[in-house]
Design a protein around this ligand. Structure first.
Ligand code: ATP
Ligand code: MG
Length: 141
């Protein structure tokens, strides 16, 4: 076990549905520490830079538009193996394939509007956390 940090986002669809609180409760019940959180509305350029790894994918443009349709809530989570454990709590990208009890199974509408994001590796967390948060905005506990 190693203590890791990951970048989580409650995406615009979940904020609009009013389920952010339920998702934060699941994060707290999992024992993850929330080191930072802020409600922001991304510009198209903000979303394009964040998802640049998907630039060649057919859904890139639509994904960037979706991420700008309303506010989202990026957060930095900390815990043992939090990168993998947060992705397990999220469930599969496509909610139709997500396991019962996962966030995407319970709250996501489609493979695009899928409620939450999570870094997929130490390397992506190292890019994604400072994309949204300065080091002084993290509150270690
Ligand atoms: P995330 O990176 O948001 O945590 P993920 O790692 O499960 O999700 P990725 O393959 O990284 O999935 O895709 C990034 C995001 O792009 C997905 O969460 C979803 O919003 C969108 N997406 C992925 N595949 C598709 C698709 N086939 N059609 C439309 N949107 C998609
Ligand atoms: Mg991903």
């Amino acid at each position: 076990m190693s203590v890791e940090r990951t970048l989580a986002i409650i995406k615009p669809d979940a904020i609009a549905k009013g389920v952010a609180g339920q998702i934060v409760t699941r994060i707290e019940n999992a024992g993850f520490k929330i080191l930072a959180a802020k409600l922001i509305r991304m510009s198209h350029e903000d979303a394009a830079g964040f998802y640049v790894v998907h630039k060649a994918r057919p859904f890139y443009r639509s994904l960037c538009t979706f991420m700008t349709q309303g506010p989202c809530l990026p957060m930095v989570l900390e815990g043992d193996n939090v990168i993998q454990r947060w992705r397990e709590l999220m469930g599969a990208t496509d909610p139709a394939k997500a396991a019962p009890g996962t966030i995407r199974r319970d709250f996501a509408a489609s493979i695009e509007a899928n409620a939450v994001h999570g870094s997929d590796s130490l390397e992506s967390a190292a890019f994604e956390i400072p994309y949204f948060f300065a080091s002084l905005e993290l509150c270690p506990r």
